[in-house]
Every structure is written in C-alpha cells, then in structure tokens.
Design a protein around this ligand. Structure first.
Ligand SMILES: NC(=O)C1=CN([C@@H]2O[C@H](COP(=O)(O)OP(=O)(O)OC[C@H]3O[C@@H](n4cnc5c(N)ncnc54)[C@H](OP(=O)(O)O)[C@@H]3O)[C@@H](O)[C@H]2O)C=CC1
Ligand SMILES: Nc1nc(=O)c2c([nH]1)NC[C@@H]1CN(c3ccc(C(=O)N[C@@H](CCC(=O)O)C(=O)O)cc3)C=[N+]21
Ligand SMILES: [Mg+2]
Length: 281
C-alpha cells in the first residue's frame, strides 16, 4: 500500500479555517500584517514570494513585499528591518534567505525583533525551540509536522533521519522532531556512508537541494519519505531531491514536488503570522 501525501490538499483544507480566523480578528479591529523582504531575484525565492502573496491576499492579510536590488548595502537592509521593528502596523516579517555574499546573514537575522520574527530564526526563538518551549514555529519544519499529523503518521519513537542541517530547514526540523519524541539522526555533507543511515529511517526527510539525490536503494521498505528539495532537473522541470518514480516503489508514503512541502510552508507562515497578530487582541 502506497500513500501519496498531498500537501496541496491539506493546505487547502486548513486554509478555510484560517480565513475564518482572520475574519474574526478583523471584526475585533486587528488585521494581521506580514512584510517579506526579498533581495535580488533567485529562482525558488520568486516562486515562494509569488505564492505567499496569493495566499495572504486570499486570507485577507495585510501583505507587502519589500524588494531590494542585489546591490543593496548591509546598512540599508538593516535600516529597513529596524524601521519595520518600530512600525506598529506590522505584526510579522521575514527576510528571504539566502542573502548575497556581501551581506552578513547572521547580523540581519539578529536584527529582526524576536516579537516579529515569523520564521523563528532569531537566536532567542531558535533557543526557545530547542528548549521544547517554542514561541514561533519555523514554517517549513512546522509544515512538515502538520503534514504528518494530518496523514496520521506519528513520529514518536520512530527513527527520523533528516538529510540537511541548514538553519532554514534541517535544524528547526530536528528540534521539532525531538520535541515530538522521535529518535533523530541529522545527516549532512560530511556524513560517512549516508545510505546505511537513510536505510534505517522510518521517516526520511531530504533537504539537500539536489535533484535525484535520494534513490530507491537508500530507502527502507514502507518508510515515509518527505521531500523538501526544490530543484530544476535536466529539462528545467521543478523537482525535489527524491527520485520519485523509483522511490515510490519502496516507500510506504511520500510527498510530491510540487504539491508537497511547499504549500505547507506557506500555510504555516500564514498561521504563525495570525498567531503573532492575536497577541494584539
Ligand atoms: N519547500 C519548501 O518549503 C522549502 C524548500 N527548500 C529547498 O530545500 C532544499 C534545501 O534548502 P536549504 O536547507 O536552504 O539548503 P542549504 O544549501 O542551506 O543546505 C543543504 C544541506 O544539504 C547538505 N548536503 C549537501 N550535499 C550533501 C551530500 N552530498 N550528502 C549529504 N548532505 C548534503 C548540506 O550539508 P553541509 O551542512 O555539510 O553543507 C546542507 O546541510 C533546496 O532545494 C531549497 O530550495 C528550502 C526551504 C523551504
Ligand atoms: N527566510 C526564509 N524562509 C523560508 O521559508 C524560505 C526562504 N527564506 N528562502 C527560500 C526558501 C524556499 N521556500 C519555499 C516555500 C514554498 C514554496 C512553494 O510554494 N512551492 C510550491 C511551488 C509550486 C509552483 O508554484 O510551482 C510547491 O512545492 O508546490 C517554494 C519555496 C521557502 N524558503
Ligand atoms: Mg551571505
């Protein structure tokens, strides 16, 4: 028995509840507001931003994209974040990562007020998350937890293997999985004999950023496989990290790309924006 886990369908289902929540908040005089800062024009970032704008508008959020050219200075970017920190009409913001090389990403992330940090990437919120006392839930990792919950796959006592240890995906997901009582292994580019480790996974998550990276021989029979990757293949088609056709012969459940983790990331971003705005009621 193979199950295709549709993030798109789950996100659609939850979207209606969120819309009602926003309506409710608006009746109390609170319109949740989100600002996204985008520097330059990388491919995945453009898709992400376009989809976020669409969802935010459907929900009735106050959404604004703030764009900077690739050549923006670190000081200009920091000044813009500081003004959003001060702006009483702004509930939540995120700075789309990665940033150009001449900008210190750490410094930028640290400038975002922890109260408005909807990504949960500021050091204080990251710390709370790892102490099993989260303030905001990082969107991609949180979206994956919701996806599993809606599919009735409970990570408790399972061996979860996460390939990728970035601040955006791997690390926050490691924390959420540990908080959910999974036994967690985090693999990365320095991991030896990756296949022997991924083969042990009850739930395998790939956040590497390479097409065809996870092949059928790396997957245990019946495992759940979650594909975070967003890559272009040889034909410029949007694909994940997982060799879908081969791996689906072995896996018990799998997410597609597109239509898997991506829509859940956006849903969670909207949920977390609304959660922050609720504190104003
Ligand atoms: N759908 C969604 O919502 C989202 C999708 N993405 C997508 O997910 C992918 C990952 O993104 P992100 O985490 O930002 O990427 P990063 O490039 O920051 O991280 C990639 C990770 O993969 C590891 N890695 C690279 N090569 C190997 C290898 N050969 N074996 C094992 N591990 C390896 C790296 O290891 P090391 O640390 O040692 O360098 C690193 O930890 C991208 O395709 C991105 O577009 C990202 C965010 C959200
Ligand atoms: N601070 C920060 N936070 C992030 O969460 C963050 C980031 N920076 N930088 C870039 C990555 C990438 N990312 C995506 C999320 C959803 C889709 C998405 O909507 N995917 C659809 C695409 C469908 C389509 O339109 O083709 C899908 O997979 O179905 C894409 C990419 C978030 N990221
Ligand atoms: Mg940089």
């Amino acid at each position: 028995m193979f199950k295709l886990i549709s993030g798109k369908a789950i996100a659609q289902k939850r979207q209606e509840d969120l819309r009602l929540e926003v309506e409710n908040l608006k009746n109390k005089g609170v319109t949740p507001s989100l600002r996204v800062i985008l520097v330059g024009h990388s491919g995945p970032s453009e898709i992400y931003v376009r989809n976020k704008k669409r969802r935010a508008e459907e929900l009735g959020l106050d959404f604004e994209l703030i764009r900077f050219d690739e050549t923006v200075t670190e000081q200009e970017l920091i000044a813009s974040i500081e003004s959003l920190n001060q702006d009483q009409t702004v509930d939540a913001m995120l700075v789309q990562l990665p940033l150009p090389k001449h900008i210190d990403e750490e410094k930028v992330v640290q400038t975002v007020s922890p109260y408005k940090d909807v990504d949960g990437f500021s050091p204080i919120n990251f710390g709370y998350l790892w102490q099993n006392n989260p303030n905001v839930i990082p969107s991609t990792a949180g979206g994956i937890m919701t996806l599993l919950e809606e599919s009735e796959i409970n990570p408790a006592s399972k061996h979860v293997v996460i390939v990728g240890r970035s601040n955006i995906v791997g690390r926050p997901l490691g924390a959420l999985m540990l908080n959910a009582d999974a036994t967690v292994t985090m693999a990365h580019s320095k991991t030896k004999d990756l296949k022997s480790i991924t083969k042990q996974a009850d739930i395998l998550i790939s956040a590497v950023g390479k097409a065809h990276f996870i092949t059928a021989d790396m997957v245990k029979k019946g495992a759940t496989v979650i594909d975070v990757g967003m890559n272009r293949d040889e034909n410029d088609k949007l694909v994940g990290d997982v060799d879908f056709d081969d791996v689906s012969e072995v896996a018990g459940a799998m997410t597609p790309v597109p239509g898997g983790v991506g829509p859940m990331t956006i849903l969670t971003l909207m949920e977390q924006t609304i959660e922050i705005a609720k504190k104003r009621v």
